[in-house]
Design a protein around this ligand. Structure first.
Ligand code: NAD
Length: 313
C-alpha cells in the first residue's frame, strides 16, 4: 500500500518542494499530508501539485507551536498512522545578539526546537508500537557549526541535533530510523526574510563597531555565500527522497559537499581554535577577497586536512 508521509511547513520553500516531489512519484507510493500553520497560504502548494491535489497530496492545518494543533492534526489521520514524518517548519534569526529581545529568541526555540520535539513526541509512540517508521528532521549546517550573527538560530538547531542524536539510538531497537538533513544555504523565502530589510535596519542599542561588522562584513558575505553556494529547494527535496528510499539511512546528511571541509576543521582540532580562527578569517580577512574567498578557504582547509591526515568522507 501507500506510505503515509506527514510534512510540516509546506506553504513555501523546502517543505513545499518535498511535498510535491513525493506526491509526483510515478508509482504513487506516497500519500502526502502537506501541513501548514495557516491554510489561507495553501495556494502556491495547490498550484504546484496540480492534478495531484486530493489524489496523492492532501493539505492539513498544523502549527508546530501549538500542542492542540499538533494533536488535532495527528488525530485526524486514519488510525494516527504515519509511516514517514518530515519535520521541516522553521524560522531564521540574524543580527547582533545585543539587539534581539528575549521573546524573539524564545520564538525561534519554540518553533525550531520545541516545534520538532512536540511533533516527534506525538507521532513517535505509534511508530514504536508498530515497530516501523521513519523520521526526517530538516536541521541545518548551522546545527553542526555556529556562525557569527546567527547565534540563536544555530543554538536552536544544535539543540535539535543533540535531542535527535539521543533519540536515534533509542529508536533503533524499535526499527524506527531518525535522520537529520543539514542543508547549507538554500534559495527560499527564508533567505529573503533574513537578509532583506536588514540593510536599512537601525541598531540603536548596539555599539558602532558591531554594527559595522554586521552591516559591512557579515551581510555582504552572507549575500555572496548564498550566491556562490546556494542550492535549490529541489535539490534538498531530492536528497530527502534518497534518505526516504535508503535501506539504511544515515543520521547526518549534509546536502552541500562544500561544507564538509569546514566541518572537518572542527573534528580535526579538538581545541576548537582552528574552526573559530577559520570563521574569523572568513568574516574579516577574506571578506575583501570574497570572490576568491571561498576557493581560498577550501584550499586552506584541504591543506589543514592533509596536515591532519583526514578526509571529508
Ligand atoms: P521557508 O520560510 O520558505 O519555509 C519555512 C516554513 O515553515 C514556512 O512555510 C513557514 O510558514 C513555516 N512555519 C514557520 N512557523 C511555523 C509554525 N509555527 N507552524 C507551522 N509552520 C511554520 O524556508 P525554508 O528554507 O523552506 O525552511 C525550511 C527548513 O529548512 C527550516 O527548518 C529551515 O531552518 C531549514 N533550512 C533552511 C535553509 C535556507 O537557507 N533556506 C538552510 C538550512 C536549513
Amino acid at each position: 500500500g501507500q506510505k503515509v508521509v506527514l510534512i510540516t511547513g509546506c506553504s513555501s520553500g523546502i517543505g513545499l518542494r518535498i511535498a510535491v516531489m513525493l506526491a509526483e512519484d510515478e508509482k504513487q507510493r506516497y500519500h502526502v499530508i502537506a501541513t501548514m500553520r495557516d491554510l489561507k497560504r495553501k495556494d502556491n502548494l495547490v498550484k504546484a501539485a496540480g492534478d495531484l491535489y486530493s489524489k496523492t497530496l492532501f493539505v492539513a492545518e498544523l502549527d508546530v507551536c501549538s500542542d492542540e494543533s499538533v494533536k488535532q492534526c495527528i488525530d485526524s489521520i486514519k488510525d494516527r498512522h504515519i509511516d514517514i514524518l518530515i519535520s521541516n517548519a522553521g524560522i531564521g534569526l540574524v543580527g547582533p545578539v545585543e539587539s534581539i529581545p528575549m521573546d524573539e529568541m524564545n520564538n525561534v526555540f519554540e518553533t525550531n526546537f520545541y516545534g520538532s520535539v512536540r511533533l516527534i513526541k506525538e507521532v513517535m509512540p505509534d511508530m514504536k508500537n508498530r515497530r516501523a517508521g521513519r523520521i526526517i528532521v530538516i536541521s541545518s549546517v548551522m546545527g553542526l557549526q555556529g556562525v557569527a550573527f546567527n547565534e540563536v538560530y544555530a543554538a536552536s538547531k544544535f539543540a535539535l541535533e543533540g535531542f535527535c542524536e539521543g533519540l536515534a539510538a533509542q529508536l533503533l531497537s524499535f526499527n524506527v530510523t531518525l535522520s537529520m538533513l543539514e542543508p547549507g544555504p538554500v534559495h527560499t523565502e527564508f533567505e529573503l526574510k533574513m537578509i532583506q530589510g536588514m540593510k536599512e535596519k537601525e541598531w540603536p542599542s548596539v555599539d558602532p563597531d558591531t554594527v559595522n561588522y554586521f552591516r559591512n562584513f557579515y551581510l555582504p558575505g552572507a549575500v555572496d555565500i548564498f550566491e556562490i553556494l546556494g542550492q535549490t529547494p529541489d535539490h534538498i527535496a531530492k536528497r530527502t527522497m534518497s534518505v526516504i528510499e535508503a535501506s539504511n539511512p544515515h543520521f547526518h546528511n549534509l546536502t552541500n559537499p562544500l561544507y564538509s571541509p569546514i566541518l572537518a576543521l572542527k573534528y580535526a582540532d579538538e581545541t576548537g581554535c582552528l574552526s573559530v580562527q577559520a570563521f574569523y578569517c572568513m568574516l574579516f580577512t577574506l571578506r575583501p577577497l570574497m570572490n576568491v574567498g571561498m576557493p581560498v578557504l577550501k584550499y586552506l582547509t584541504f591543506g589543514f586536512m592533509r596536515k591532519w591526515r583526514i578526509s571529508p568522507n
